[in-house]
Every structure is written in C-alpha cells, then in structure tokens.
Design a protein. Structure first.
Length: 275
C-alpha cells in the first residue's frame, strides 16, 4: 500500500480517486478548499485520510501544507496535482483577472506543489508525480485558449522535470484524460460573450457545449484505476492518455504537426550554417 498526496479532492476526479484509493487500503493526504468537504470519508476511514485546507494559488500555504503532510505521515509515495479548472471563452472575451487566475491555478499552483514536494522525495529516495493535464495538453478546441495555455505549459514543464529527476528515482507521469462525466464541465468559468465571435468556431463550440451535443464516453472509474495502476509500471510512463477521444484527437493533432514539420524540412535545413 502507498501514501498519496492529492490536491483538489472535494469533487470530480480528485474525489473519486481518493475514494477508490481508500477503498483499496491506501492512505491519502487530501487537500480541499472547503474544510468539511471530506467529513464523510474521514468518519469512515479515520487516520487513513489526512485532510488539510489548501488554495493552490497561495504558494506559502502550499509549502506549509506539504511540509505538514510529510511531517505527519512520513513517507509520501505519490504526489497528484489534480486541482484545476477551465476558463471557457474566446481569447478576446476573457478579463485580465480571469487569465491570471487560470494561470495561477493550473500552472503556478501545480509547479509550486511539485517544487515543495521535491526535497522530501529526494530525501526519501523515491516518489512519483502524477500531473493532471488533458487531451487539451496536446490538441486544441476553440473557446479553450487559456485552458490550453496552462495544459501545454505544464506538459512542457513536466517533460523537462522528468529528465531531471529520473536519476533520483522520482518518476513523472502526465495524465491526459478526454471528456468524462465529472463536475469539470459545470465548474467551467465563462466570460461575457462578444457578438463578433457568434458565427465563428468559438461560437459553434459554445452552442454545442450548451446543448450537450458532445458525446462523453470516458469511464471515470476505469480512468481513475488506470491512474492508480500506472504508479506500478516500469519504466515510468511519461504520458498516459485516457479515453478513446483523447487518443484519437491527440493522434490526429500530432500527425498534422509532424506532416507540417516535414513539409518545412527544406526551409529548416536551408537556414542552417554550412560547414
């Protein structure tokens, strides 16, 4: 059995992951924004669930909570950066404050949780970081520009991190789910709609989301179990795509980018200094 530290466990995937881990006999350090959100699990599992309030946009609080978790629980085997949300609007529609909040939560918060945990993982000589990204960390959809900004950024960070910490026996896996029936969609933040984008792909996607036109086939329980399983895979997988839509959309995006790159090979090579 392992000890897991998970952010954003009040609802959605984080809550389901916490429940499944506890049911399987693991210990969970769960962080929440609302102190009483996990009272039912605390009553059921007692000392096997450690709960602390945490706002991942508060770097000082992150350091204090991570320090307390390691002090109280000793070794922590898996760090799960799950806290996050989506800002759903055309790029021009968002306010400066909304953009900052999206970045502070999805990028800076994740980075600072990892940075706070690394000294302890190094000291114990092992550990595994699971970073929640999305299929949207490899592909894009209109009306999600700022969400994609954060997911593409955190994937670049984690891919670099994985190279740095592998010699220290610390693994990093980027989790890339497709669409699942969780609280994610209802928790999306929106902005005032601009008429200029009504007859554009941004408007089309907005209307489709409002109408519930997108098929959602992701099985949350299976996805969460695959996340649990991946910490026992060797070598550690850098990425884990979860859901048929995630696989299809990411593969199509990667193939398109590779084709475009190959088409520019002559230009790229011509701009190189000659011997």
């Amino acid at each position: 059995m392992k000890t897991w530290f998970i952010t954003g466990t009040s609802t959605g995937l984080g809550r389901i992951l916490t429940e499944k881990l506890l049911a399987q006999g693991h210990t969970v350090a769960a962080t929440v924004r609302k102190p009483n959100a996990l009272n039912d699990l605390k009553a059921q599992y007692g000392d096997r669930i450690w709960v602390e309030k945490l706002d991942v946009t508060d770097t000082l609080q992150i350091k204090e909570v991570v320090k307390k978790a390691f002090a109280d629980l000793g070794q922590i085997d898996v760090i799960v950066n799950n806290a996050g949300y989506a800002l759903f609007c055309a790029a021009e529609e968002a306010s400066d404050e909304q953009i900052k909040q999206q970045i502070d939560t999805n990028i800076t918060g994740s980075v600072q949780v990892i940075r706070a945990a690394l000294p302890y993982l190094r000291a114990q000589g092992s550990g595994h970081v699971l970073q929640l990204s999305s299929a949207g960390g490899q592909t894009t959809y209109p009306n999600f520009s700022y969400y994609h900004l954060t997911k593409w950024a955190i994937e670049g960070y984690c891919e670099t991190l994985a190279k740095e910490v592998a010699p220290l026996n610390i693994g990093v896996t980027i989790i890339e789910p497709g669409a699942h029936k969780t609280s994610f969609a209802t928790a999306m933040v929106t902005a005032p709609i601009m008429d200029a984008y009504d007859n554009t792909p941004a408007g089309d996607v907005r209307r489709a989301v409002e109408a519930g036109s997108f098929p959602i086939k992701g099985d949350v329980n299976k996805t969460v179990q695959e996340m649990i399983n991946c910490v026992n895979i060797s070598p550690v997988p850098l990425r884990l795509a979860l859901g048929g839509d995630a696989y299809r959309d990411m593969r199509a995006a990667l193939a398109t980018r590779l084709e475009a790159l190959d088409n520019q090979k002559d230009v790229a090579m011509a701009s190189e200094l000659k011997d």
